[in-house]
Design a binder for this molecule. Structure first.
Ligand SMILES: Cc1cc2nc3c(=O)[nH]c(=O)nc-3n(C[C@H](O)[C@H](O)[C@H](O)COP(=O)(O)O)c2cc1C
Length: 164
């Protein structure tokens, strides 16, 4: 099974940490999804709310990896206003994950909302497996979820899906 980890993470933060651990633990390829225009740190909360509310899809940079080449896509997002980050909405509306195994994961800071459910609705024709919701501290960005739980999740993906 050929697997790819894709993630959005503002300024290389929490979601990136999980994505990298997942890619290292499973031997998967990894690539970061980035918006063409960066968010301004001072206005991102407000702009993010508007974008999430309006289901706005900001342009994202072309990926170097081709999703078509993979059997398994592991897709991670931070929670933005109880949903997925807008860049992930752009991605799921522009690339087909039909007939692929998709593992969704989400980081949050105490109020996870429905990011995973919202992403699931955009994964038409995919086989969804082993999703995970991971908490970080809002102020310190320290992991709140037990690291052993995360490693057990990674091992389960390896054993059950990737067989490597
Ligand atoms: C625009 C914006 C909106 C957010 N909304 C939520 C939210 O609704 N619930 C929550 O628990 N955390 C929320 N957060 C916090 C992030 O989801 C959390 O810190 C996440 O782990 C950040 O991941 P990152 O460092 O990979 O970007 C928000 C952060 C931003 C920037």
């Amino acid at each position: 099974m050929k697997a790819l980890v894709l993630y959005y993470s503002k300024e290389g933060g929490n979601t990136e940490k999980i994505a990298k651990r997942l890619a290292e633990g499973t031997g998967a390829d990894i690539e970061r999804i980035e918006t063409v225009l960066d968010y301004n740190a001072e206005t991102v909360d407000e702009q993010g709310k508007k974008e999430v509310d309006e289901k706005f899809m900001p342009p994202i940079k072309q990926l170097t990896k081709n999703v078509k080449d993979y059997d398994v896509i592991m897709l991670g997002t931070p929670t933005w206003w109880y949903s997925m980050a807008p860049a992930i909405r752009t991605f799921l509306n522009s690339v087909s994950v039909e007939e692929k195994i998709v593992v969704l994961f989400q980081t949050h800071a105490g109020r996870p909302g429905n990011a995973i459910g919202d992403m699931r609705a955009l994964c038409k024709g995919a086989v969804l497996a082993d999703e995970n919701i991971i908490e970080f501290d809002l102020n310190t960005n320290e992991l709140v979820t037990d690291i052993n739980e995360i490693d057990a999740w990674i091992k389960k993906i390896k054993d059950d899906i990737l067989w490597n």
